[in-house]
Design a protein around this ligand. Structure first.
Ligand code: SF4
Length: 61
């Protein structure tokens, strides 16, 4: 299982992770990325790589 955290203070709402995630983990909520489908996460860390703000962390749990 994977835990996905978005630092809402860093998130600029550019939707890079929404578009890049192969598992559709993220949805936009109030202009910020929210990992609403975290159960689908593959742990690929693509979101971490594409986020220009460094707002996302992925941790195996
Ligand atoms: S680690 Fe991969 S599957 Fe998981 S949220 Fe990020 S992009 Fe999506």
């Amino acid at each position: 299982m994977w835990q996905v955290d978005v630092d809402k203070d860093k998130c600029s709402g550019d939707e890079e992770c929404v578009n890049a995630c192969p598992a559709q983990v993220f949805e936009m909520v109030d202009g910020k990325a929210d990992p609403v489908n975290v159960d689908e996460c593959l742990g690929c860390e693509t979101c971490v790589e594409v986020c220009p703000e460094g707002a996302i962390t992925v941790t195996e749990v």
